[in-house]
Design a protein around this ligand. Sequence first.
Ligand SMILES: Cc1cc2nc3c(=O)[nH]c(=O)nc-3n(C[C@H](O)[C@H](O)[C@H](O)COP(=O)(O)OP(=O)(O)OC[C@H]3O[C@@H](n4cnc5c(N)ncnc54)[C@H](O)[C@@H]3O)c2cc1C
Length: 418
Amino acid sequence: MTTSTGSSPKVAIVGAGLTGLLAAHGLKKNGFDVVVFDGDAHIDARPRDWTIVLHWALPVMQALLPGEVAAKLPRAVCNPNLEFDANTESFPVYNGVTGDLMFASPMPGSRRISRQRLRRLLAEGLDIQWGKKAQSITSSEAGDSVPALTLAFDDGSTVAADFVLGADGAHSRVRGIVVNDTDKARSTPSGLLFATAIVNYGDEAKVKTVTDMHPVAAAAMGSGAVGGCGVFYVNDGSEGAKTLDLADWTTFWIKIWQGHLDKGIQGQEAIHLLKSSDSSKQFAEPFNLQIEWTPEDSVCFVDEMKYWVPVPFGGPEATRDNRVTLAGDAAHPMLIYRGQGFQHAIMDVDNYIKALVAIRDANWDAAVRRREMAAYDADMVERGAKAVTQSVQEAALSFDVEKVGKMLMAQQGHGRSA
Ligand SMILES: Cc1cc2nc3c(=O)[nH]c(=O)nc-3n(C[C@H](O)[C@H](O)[C@H](O)COP(=O)(O)OP(=O)(O)OC[C@H]3O[C@@H](n4cnc5c(N)ncnc54)[C@H](O)[C@@H]3O)c2cc1C
């Protein structure tokens, strides 16, 4: 990361998800004054957790973090004690009808992490203000003077900032502001339901059905639905924690299938839906059994996946003269195929910080700001649109065993989508 000198502007980040927190670390590391605002009351307000595989953008992410935070990354890794090699750093896909291995996608250097554990780690050492749901952004009459923006929250409070980064997730409020058209900024329901379950079988043989598929995670495709399983936690996540006995490992399964849901469901209602569905029963073993064995008190969520294909922003008024933009799921919420969403969020953050550094190096020159931020936006829209579109095309091929071989995942692995 380039560093530069100069006075420090205030960057307000909306959203303390992985994208906002990573951006805050990178900006702080480069000498910017940064504060993060999140609408939730506290970091644990939402119980849902899932695993994310960090792969092609992991080196960029590590470079954005201060050394002491990067050094703690193993704490967030689902099983940090594995021997990492070509097998553990790959993602096998099984035939959902027969249970035979179809292909294994190589992911050299990859690590699968718990989103919640990584988020807690990234929250360390940052100025985060909880219970601050952003509503609007106004620019001051003073034009190019600093600070130029007022960010207003739904509790009636406001904060002054020079730049605002909208990292407020798939249902981003800031997206509506920069696109300046509510309809154009609305996410599209995919017609695909997505279930995630976190399971403690308390039974070595059952846990082994997961690790036998793969020590990290595996998927089953082509039976009319997509299934997946993997290891979530092998210890309690504390510093230096020892690996538990296999029977006590926490595992996960996921399922994707066609359907609509206006509102997500969770807990026992979700588990009953999954256990009783024909497409769960039709999965080849052990994917069907892993769902059937799910204890009733497991954490399970089902909702409909949504996506948004980014479009160019609404012009200087909408972006408050190139001071407001987006990153992460706010910019390009996509379907989970090939695990690209957070990888592109990392690229957004890296590019955003490079743009701000260039603007600072030009002593906050307004023309440089317009040029750098417009270039950031253009790349993010083009790269994001390609990645989102690919994720939707990938999904369409994943349910039919005759078409799985045509997926990018089968033909090009988990490489960079755009
Ligand atoms: C099951 C699953 C598996 C995935 N697997 C992978 C993978 O393997 N690889 C990969 O790269 N990606 C993966 N992804 C995608 C990845 O999880 C997301 O891209 C990433 O977590 C997005 O983070 P974010 O910070 O942009 O958004 P979010 O995590 O949604 O964070 C947004 C934050 O903004 C806050 N917020 C919302 N509105 C406001 C407001 N108005 N004011 C203030 N705060 C607000 C929210 O409270 C939240 O904290 C996966 C996603 C899922 C669901």
